[in-house]
Write a protein that binds this ligand. Sequence first.
Ligand code: C5P
Length: 227
Amino acid sequence: DKKITIAIDGFSSTGKSTVAKQLAKELGYVYVDTGAMYRAVTLYVMRHLFVTETNFDVEAILRHLPFISLKFIFDEKLGYGEIYLNKENVEKEIRLMEVSRNVSRVATISKVREMLVKQQQEMGKNKGVVMDGRDIGTVVFPDADLKLFMTASTQTRAERRYKELCGRGNEVEFNEVLENVKERDYLDSTREDSPLIKAKDAIEIDNSELTLEEQFEKVVKLARDKI
Ligand code: C5P
């Protein structure tokens, strides 16, 4: 079998990572969660700077970039890698609402994108990779063998994210989650550098009405057809 590159893009909480992880496991590929990388950079700068919508100092953020080192370390039990920020596992902390509130603003900064895209391209250079994010099929791997674009209704996505956060014991209001999903959709699709758009050759999958099994079957078939 030849190894291929699979790019999965889409709006927030469309279940990209669930599909990507399943697919990577099924094919014995590496899974890369690029959102985790933007979140980890955001977490780092939030620990050093007071970042809010109105207090957003790009120059100060840029000064911190050289001190950020990111790594995915494979976990045998989980079957995929968890993200480490300067040797600290931050997988849980990066999912907190505080980080979600700032990440899409940090992701508008071209220098941040440049740094992360370079690392993503390096991680995927030998193929055999499933990468999910917002710009994988358009910017990171425009020549990816299979591009998926995931969509689902805003309500469905906010409900999923809300359940996920509650399940992890986070105290959040549904409306806060819904507003955050909408805000990130807006910021991600309107930013100047690498906005979230469906690549011309991407296959759109609306999973509002699909069960996880149905969705999985569909994407495995699409992948196998390319291998
Ligand atoms: O995938 P996730 O929702 O965790 O991503 C968090 C945020 O990181 C997104 O809302 C987006 O602003 C940013 N992101 C990005 N490009 C990617 C992946 C994530 O700009 N490839």
